[in-house]
Design a protein around this ligand. Structure first.
Ligand code: FES
Ligand SMILES: [Fe+2]
Length: 348
């Protein structure tokens, strides 16, 4: 199940260069490249002649030339040259996709192009903000995208999957959790008061006392999770909004379906302490990255079990509340998109 009328992160800005590269998004093969003036372009990655991926071709001037028989396509997907003939068949064109560069990512619109409003791009300003140090990365995950969403909305797993980095048992046994749902968002707030800091926090924050730790998870569909996380020495007033003497970070996640069982996972970590210190940014990133590899192993193992028997039963526990709310939003939006498509088809 995919939601189409949304902006998704397709690539990092570094991945998109003059040399074309192919990536599948929601089962659609797409070729990305940059025009000589730097403009990013996304086209269907399948030549309408004999279906070679256009990502095996090359840019010639402003046009993408197929690597098989040399048909050329402009940035709108229109064929502009057929070697050896003057007539260009009217059906010689490929689909083009709206793209926007923002927050060091290339965003793509997978739905009706008439609805592609860049103002609807989810805010990830921490990657550009001089008050924050930040680094992002890309992971390919062999698992359905919703397994990644579930994971980030239920942070009790930190105690079991990430006990050597960002987790400890205090998060499960002593957290006060609140789940709030809006029409198009879920907010899970977790406070763990007067408990030991986890290993990573001690390393980057230098805590020597117990801490008050917050994890505020903001979910926006289809699959954006922005986590406000941090800790201050216990009793210094963080729950009342006074964040002094501790550390505050944003864990930022943009999840893009590749197929039903594979996912492009763009994530990053931002920190508000020593924002200009590149070494600190690297140190924070490396700590969190270790935890992300642990998560990927979990998603992929889950997917293997699901693929063996998609109808095998599952049970829910209290910790699933945020994930269940998010899935309800996705289900509703999916039903709305399908109804709108059916209505349009009926009108045509
Ligand atoms: S397959 Fe592309 S030109 Fe023939
Ligand atoms: Fe995790």
């Amino acid at each position: 199940m995919f939601l189409r009328n949304f902006w998704y992160v397709a690539a990092t800005d570094q991945e998109v260069q003059a040399k074309p590269f192919g990536r599948t998004i929601m089962n659609e093969p797409i070729v990305f490249f940059r025009m000589p003036d730097g403009t990013p372009v996304a086209l269907e990655d399948r030549c309408p002649h004999r279906r070679l991926p256009l990502s095996m071709g090359k840019l010639v001037g402003d046009a993408l030339q197929c690597g098989y028989h040399g048909l050329r396509f402009d940035k709108t997907g229109q064929c502009v040259r057929v070697p050896g003939q003057d007539l260009i068949p009217p059906s010689a064109r490929v689909k083009s996709y709206p793209v926007v560069e923002r927050y060091k990512w290339l965003w793509i619109w997978m739905g009706d192009p008439a609805l592609a409003d860049p103002d609807k791009i989810t805010d990830f300003h921490w990657f550009d903000d001089p008050n924050w140090g930040a680094k992002s990365a890309y992971l390919h995950v062999e698992a359905n995208w919703q397994l990644v969403v579930d994971n980030l909305l239920d942070l009790t797993h930190l105690a079991f999957v990430h006990e050597t980095t960002i987790g400890n048992m205090a998060l499960v046994e002593h957290a006060a959790v609140k789940v709030q749902r809006g029409p198009n968002n879920v907010l899970v707030t977790r406070w763990t008061i007067d408990q030991p800091a986890p290993p990573t926090f001690v390393k980057v924050g230098g805590f020597t006392t117990n801490v008050d730790r917050w994890q505020i998870i903001d979910y926006a569909p289809p699959a954006f999770l922005r986590l406000d996380v941090g800790a201050t020495p216990t009793g210094t007033g963080a729950p009342e909004g006074k964040r002094v003497g501790g550390i505050s970070m944003r864990n930022l996640n943009a999840i893009t379906p590749e197929t039903e069982t594979t996912t492009h996972y763009f994530w990053g970590q931002a920190h508000d302490f020593e924002p200009g210190n590149r070494q600190m940014t690297e140190r924070v990133f490396e700590q969190i990255q270790a935890a992300f590899y642990e998560d990927v192993a979990i998603f992929q193992a889950q997917q293997r079990m699901i693929s063996l028997d998609p109808d095998s039963p599952t049970v829910d526990i209290n910790a699933d509340s945020g994930g269940i709310q998010a899935r309800r939003i996705v289900d509703r939006l999916y039903a709305e998109e399908q109804a709108a498509l059916a209505q349009r088809a009926a009108a045509e």
